[in-house]
Design a protein around this ligand. Structure first.
Ligand code: SAM
Length: 311
């Protein structure tokens, strides 16, 4: 295993040999549009957790009626955008992303749900275009700030979009996706921690290579306070689909494992790569599409803060 893997992976990103969609200020190695299905199906599996999150944010905002505009910054395909539009029925919800193809998914998803009149998709490359975003009563952003070199600066820019009394909610980390028991009867037990270790090494390399990368203690409430906000609590929302899994979750795990096999090819030992091959073998009873022990367990931690009164 190399100390600084060239390729890296977490649940939500991938390197791509085709850099046509990459951006000078974002992640050079991620083709976000190509990840549309992975992002959308993954968020759909977390929909209950997203609804619980939106309900909590409604309480923090003093009831949904007080919220007339919500921003979903780095919305991806708009699963959370639509959950927020349903949770805040008087609000316009603005989905912001750099990827045109994902914004198209947001529009289609909103139209399918009868939300097109209240969901707006706005293209923006961050951090350069933070100023182009409208102000809002609630700003939601999940798994986006860690893709920006200066995370503290990003929180300051997000806070600047808040109206007086507004809430910023940042979903970062929680628990990584777990989906197999320790011993799966193939290869060495403990595959998942080894996959996570490889991911973490890649994540660190990704952060180090971002333009304007700043190292800091990732104490999100403290960072929100340093952005001039008053922290209003952190909560973790669990997604727990036990075995036996339905096909939607199995297909998502198949996508996830297929990406892992490709991304971590240089980082994992031959035994683990062979295990991954067998897990993504569509026809094998030991494959992820068929094995009875697969489950889908993960969690997102959401850190919140409010503009100080009079702020
Ligand atoms: C990991 S996905 C998260 C999507 C969604 N928030 C969710 O939780 O499912 C990160 C999203 O941020 C967007 N993004 C990444 N870097 C960005 C940047 N520099 N400017 C604007 N959007 C960016 C990507 O296009 C992608 O849709």
């Amino acid at each position: 295993m190399t100390a600084h893997p060239k390729h890296w992976h977490t649940d939500d990103r991938k390197p791509s040999p085709d850099h046509s969609h990459s951006h000078s200020h974002g992640d050079h190695d991620v083709d976000w549009e190509e990840m549309g299905t992975l992002l959308e199906r993954g968020a759909e599996l977390q929909i209950v957790a997203l609804e619980q999150t939106a309900s909590w944010l409604g309480e923090l905002a003093g009831g949904g009626g007080a919220v007339s505009r919500v921003l979903d910054v780095g919305s991806g395909p708009g699963v959370a955008t639509c959950v927020l539009a349903e949770a805040f029925p008087s609000a316009e919800v603005v989905a912001v992303d750099q990827a045109d193809g994902l914004l198209d998914r947001v529009r289609a998803r909103a139209a399918e749900r009868g939300l097109a009149g209240r969901v707006v998709a706005q293209k923006a490359d961050l951090p350069e275009e933070f100023d182009a975003l409208p102000t809002a009563d609630l700003v939601w952003t999940r798994d986006v700030v860690h893709h920006l070199g200066d995370q503290q600066g990003a929180l300051r820019d997000l806070a600047a979009r808040l109206r007086p009394g507004g809430i910023l909610a940042v979903g970062e980390r929680g628990l990584p996706l777990r989906f197999l028991p320790r011993d799966i009867g193939i290869g060495q037990p403990g595959l998942q921690p080894r996959l996570e270790a490889a991911n973490e090494a890649g994540f660190a390399a990704m952060r180090a290579e971002l333009p304007g990368s700043v190292s800091l203690v990732e104490d999100w409430p403290a960072m929100l306070a340093a952005a001039g906000l008053v922290p209003t609590g952190s909560r973790t929302f669990l997604t727990d689909h036990p075995a036996p899994l339905g096909m939607a979750a199995r297909e998502q795990l198949h996508r996830h494992l297929t990406r892992l096999r490709s991304m971590l090819a240089d980082e994992l030992g031959a035994d683990d790569l062979d295990t991954l091959d067998r897990l993504i073998d569509d026809g094998a009873p030991t494959g992820i599409l068929w094995r009875p022990d697969a489950f889908y367990l993960t969690a997102t931690t959401v850190h919140t803060a409010r503009v100080c009164s009079g702020g």
